[in-house]
Write a protein that binds this ligand. Structure first.
Ligand SMILES: Nc1nc2c(c(=O)[nH]1)N[C@H]1C(S)=C(S)[C@@H](COP(=O)(O)OP(=O)(O)OC[C@H]3O[C@@H](n4cnc5c(=O)[nH]c(N)nc54)[C@H](O)[C@@H]3O)O[C@H]1N2
Ligand SMILES: Nc1nc2c(c(=O)[nH]1)N[C@H]1C(S)=C(S)[C@@H](COP(=O)(O)OP(=O)(O)OC[C@H]3O[C@@H](n4cnc5c(=O)[nH]c(N)nc54)[C@H](O)[C@@H]3O)O[C@H]1N2
Ligand code: SF4
Ligand SMILES: [Mo]
Length: 872
């Protein structure tokens, strides 16, 4: 019998433990690890369906130079020589690495060591700049060290949980389930602060749909209220905090009425929140990108930390500010010090630490000042100042703000290396050298989750083709550049021990991050490592990592809110969908994960949609000063007026529309350098195509170039094949001809009426079917045709061209529960007919929501809507 391998999920910062059982040729059965402290056996939809994404489809399996396969020896020598030449001619700051919170700690450590200690530049930045850097900067300012003083246990112990700018129902589903469990078990309260009414708000006690960017006002108002009510912990303040002059003057000026006006929330609701907070000592405030991804992100973080510090709600069970991390190893990267603004192992660029790290590494030279932060880095590449770039485990051509400019920079850069497990990404299109990296399921090392728990990722499969671990690739290049001894690592455990040694090196208790117990770990112990948390309960003793041991309250005032601009009257907010991960290179391989949202939507308030003349399902273009892209319209009453929301996931590989990265502006927070992704001035306008349609296809349809011939076209996995949605202008014939695969055709077209229906058969099997109609007129549902791609029994030609079976079936609607394939229409009808009043009752009737639970908030919302319809 094959025993299950204990590993950690590939995706989010919750860091769930997984039991993976290989089932032959790259097959794997996935289950939650009941012994892992983060998830106790639970997994969300993405974790549950990891097995769908570990095949070899689309993998990069061999090194390539200039698009041609080459050997590792040649590729390594080439990269080393080009970097060395560039450094020799233009100096260490003419090269850079752009890395990722999706590297393992061991990968991250060697990359950071090579750049900062040996190349001698701090030009190594990471996509965590786009993600956590405001939290890092806020922690540094308040605590003197980047430490998250919370754990998931605190969520179990809290009486009040405040979620600020966090859509945890979709982005941290297992933490969200844990919050729901705590609510059921001990009646803890939940308040959500988010301009949008997300599924996270389902069942919350209160949702404050504040005006975007008003979080400092809201938190300062809260602190003013606490002070007026005598809730501030004067003893804690006197003993453990440093209060700058004028701090309380800023706070005392924040009365409830003017705060409510600034935040644009009803004063009564604001008061309810303030009262609840004031009377609940065990409060956790969890925050994410709604706070970090702002031009005032660091101030927003400090406004939250101020409230917790001044009320003494930190370092105690159930009381903490909690910056939750996004990527699986965002935290490990921070521990390593892989940001351009930090040096290594929670040490910065002070003269004594620079000397200390140089000594430890026996480094020939060392970076003596911070390097370029991501947005500046790509700007300098565009200016020709940085001439060689190595991108690892991130897709900046999609995920950077003003991605069009980033593409121009990549195109102009004399030497671009991309390490990725996927062959074709929007970024690797610009690579001179492509290096095949090991992917999840092959990688071997450690990750640190949001609550500082370090877990092992263990290999399930042999590395395919010539793929290699990222730490190995960097190590080989470092050796080829002449640093054999410093990069003598033979296995991840060698890197781990060195990382642990650096964390304790001349530490003397000045840095909480200290992996003393790991220094002498044997290889066998490393292999057997069980998840453990470093740092215990930070700041429980009221001692902080600042020189005087006191935390600092930061005087932060609400900045003026963004005015409405005549040309760009809307605000574009961007974020995530429940079942997709970033640029879809992996989750996009799973048709189960693709079914929840099959197209990129622009979500608009009904009044805005009306004013713009946009109906549900129409197409609209979002334009910003940076670029424009087309989306499917979804009318959403939970959206604030004047604001549009769009997802970040779609790329050139899948779509001509939904290209959100092109739209966001490249402005950053002055302290952290993190972009303000959540609020870009924008314009939304109707797109009026002449025709629209869709195609289902058994094989990968149309390369992206063909999609570009339409006004809008997007393709996604569906069932055993693909689904393409499109719309266009002029004569559709050329587009259809380019899209359709070869095979015997049956056709029912009426060109005069603008209707075309074609099915392509391979013997009895349906290879593809395409349906086109004038824009605005209905098309068949996609579900049944998608199912025909896998059907063993052929359907009649008539049925295929009608797009529905001879005996009509009920339309399930879009799938809500991916584990049991339950559609929206089925849910709405069953809830109404059987008068189901709880998520459990729906589960008993339809099984929906009873496996991974990711759809439970959506089901709860439908129950609420059904009850509203009955009552009102
Ligand atoms: N399904 C899924 N899960 C993921 C990821 C994924 O790609 N897919 N990515 C992971 C990563 S790397 C990250 S960083 C996390 C992100 O996790 P989250 O931060 O929870 O997700 P986002 O959708 O980016 O944005 C969170 C919310 O911030 C709100 N917001 C916008 N502006 C403001 C504001 O001014 N104030 C407040 N208070 N809120 C505002 C948005 O409306 C949005 O609902 O998710 C992780 N988990
Ligand atoms: N507009 C807007 N933009 C955003 C955001 C937003 O909210 N709005 N959020 C930002 C945030 S928080 C984040 S974290 C970023 C995420 O943005 P990215 O990091 O660009 O997104 P991913 O798709 O996760 O890219 C990871 C890449 O690494 C590859 N990969 C996966 N595993 C490995 C590995 O082990 N080794 C190697 N070498 N490669 C691997 C994948 O195939 C993929 O190509 O996007 C940011 N961009
Ligand atoms: S919550 Fe989901 S995506 Fe995140 S680690 Fe757990 S299973 Fe993976
Ligand atoms: Mo992130």
């Amino acid at each position: 019998m094959v025993t299950a391998i204990k590993t950690t999920c590939a995706y989010c910062g919750v860091g769930c433990g997984i039991l993976a059982t290989p089932t032959g040729d790259r097959g794997v059965t996935i289950a939650g690890d009941p012994d892992h402290p983060a998830n106790a056996g639970r997994l969300c939809s993405k974790g549950t369906h990891l097995g769908d994404t570990v095949g070899l489809e689309g993998r990069l399996l061999h090194p390539e130079i200039a698009g041609r396969r080459t050997s590792w020896d040649r590729a390594i020598a080439h990269v080393a020589r080009r970097f060395a030449d560039t450094i020799a001619r233009y100096g260490p700051d003419s090269v850079a690495f752009y890395v990722s919170g999706q590297l393992l700690t061991e990968d991250y450590y060697v990359a950071n060591k090579l750049m900062k200690g040996f190349i001698g530049s701090a030009n190594i930045d990471t996509n965590s700049r786009l993600c956590m850097s405001s939290a890092v900067a806020g922690h540094l300012r308040a605590f003197g060290e980047d430490v998250v003083p919370a754990s998931y246990d605190d969520l179990d112990d809290a009486d009040l949980i405040v979620l600020v700018g966090a859509n945890s129902a979709w982005c941290h589903p297992i933490v969200h389930q844990r919050i729901q469990a705590a609510r059921a078990a001990r009646g803890s309260r939940l308040v959500v602060i988010d301009p949008r009414r997300t599924e996270t708000c389902e069942g919350a006690d209160l949702h404050l749909p504040l005006r975007p960017g008003a979080d400092v006002a809201l938190m300062n108002g809260l602190l003013a209220y606490c002070r007026a009510e005598g809730i501030c912990d004067e003893q804690y303040i006197a003993q453990h905090l440093n209060v700058p002059e004028g701090f309380w003057d800023i706070i005392d000026a924040c009365d409830l009425w003017s705060t409510a006006r600034t935040c644009d929330v009803p004063p009564a609701d604001l008061r309810r929140f303030y009262e609840l907070f004031a009377r609940t000592p065990r409060t956790v405030t969890m925050f994410s990108q709604g706070i970090n991804q702002s031009l005032r992100g660091t101030d927003q973080v400090n406004a939250i930390l101020n409230v917790h510090l001044a009320t003494g709600r930190i370092g105690k069970p159930g009381a903490a500010p909690f910056s939750i991390t996004g990527q699986p190893n965002a935290m490990g990267g921070r521990e390593v010090g892989g940001l351009a603004s930090t040096l290594a192992a929670h040490m910065d660029f002070a003269p004594d630490t620079i000397a200390r790290v140089q000594r430890f590494w026996s480094a020939p030279r060392i970076a003596e000042k911070p390097g370029l932060k991501a947005v500046d880095l790509f700007r300098r590449i565009g200016e020709g100042k940085v001439k060689a770039l190595w991108v690892m485990a991130t897709n900046p051509a999609v995920s950077m703000p003003d991605a069009g400019r980033v593409r121009e920079a990549l195109a102009a850069c004399p030497f671009v290396v991309v390490s990725d497990c996927i062959a074709d990404t929007d970024t690797s299109a610009f690579a001179h050298v492509k290096l095949p990296a090991a992917g999840w399921g092959e990688k071997d090392g450690t990750v640190t989750n949001s609550e500082r728990v370090i877990s092992r990722q263990r290999p399930i499969f042999a590395m395919p083709g010539e793929a290699r671990a990222d730490w190995w690739i960097v190590t080989q290049v470092a050796r080829a550049m002449g640093w054999r001894n410093a990069f003598a690592f033979e296995r991840p455990a060698d890197v781990w021990r060195e990382h642990a040694r650096l964390s304790t090196y001349q530490n003397g208790g000045t840095r909480l991050f200290d992996l003393r117990a790991q220094v002498a770990l044997s290889n066998a112990d490393y292999d057997a490592m069980a998840p453990f948390r470093w740092g215990g309960r930070p700041f429980a003793d009221g001692l902080y990592s600042t020189p005087d041991g006191r935390a600092r309250l930061l005087p932060v005032a609400q900045a003026p809110l963004q005015p409405v601009l005549a040309d760009w009257p809307m605000t574009l907010n961007t974020g995530r969908y429940r079942d997709q991960w970033h640029t879809m290179t992996r989750t996009g391989l799973s048709s189960r994960l693709s079914v929840h949202r099959q197209e990129p939507l622009v979500e608009l308030h009904p009044e805005d949609a009306l004013a713009l003349g946009l109906a549900e399902g129409a197409l609209a273009r979002i334009a910003t000063p940076q670029g424009a892209s087309v989306y499917r319209v979804h009318i959403e009453p939970g959206q604030r007026c004047g604001e549009a929301f769009a997802p970040i996931h779609w790329t050139d590989r899948q779509s001509t529309g939904g290209r959100t990265g092109l739209l966001s502006r490249p402005l950053v927070d002055p302290h952290s350098g993190q972009p303000g992704f959540k609020a870009t001035p924008a314009r939304v306008e109707a797109v009026a195509p002449a025709w629209h349609g869709f195609m289902v296809a058994a094989e990968e349809p149309a390369r992206p170039e063909i999609l570009n011939a339409a006004l809008y076209a997007t393709r996604i996995r569906a069932g055993a094949g693909w689904l393409v949605e499109f719309a266009g202008d002029g004569d559709p014939q050329a587009f259809l001809a380019a899209m359709l695969p070869a095979g015997s055709r049956i056709e029912a077209s009426d060109a005069k009426r603008g209707r075309h229906r074609v099915a392509v058969l391979d013997g009895d099997r349906l290879k593809a079917a395409i349906m086109v109609a004038p824009a605005g007129s209905p098309l068949p549902t996609r579900d049944w045709l998608v199912a025909q791609l896998a059907a063993a029994e052929p359907e009649s030609a008539m049925a295929l061209l009608a797009g529905r079976p001879a005996t009509p079936q009920a339309d399930r609607g879009p799938i809500v529960c991916v584990c049991f394939d339950v559609g929206l229409k089925t849910l709405i009808a069953t809830i109404a007919e059987q008068r189901l009043a709880s998520v459990e009752a729906v589960g008993a009737a339809l099984s929906a929501g009873t496996n991974c639970g990711s759809c439970r908030p959506a089901i709860s919302k439908l129950i609420g809507e059904s009850q509203e319809a009955v009552n009102g």
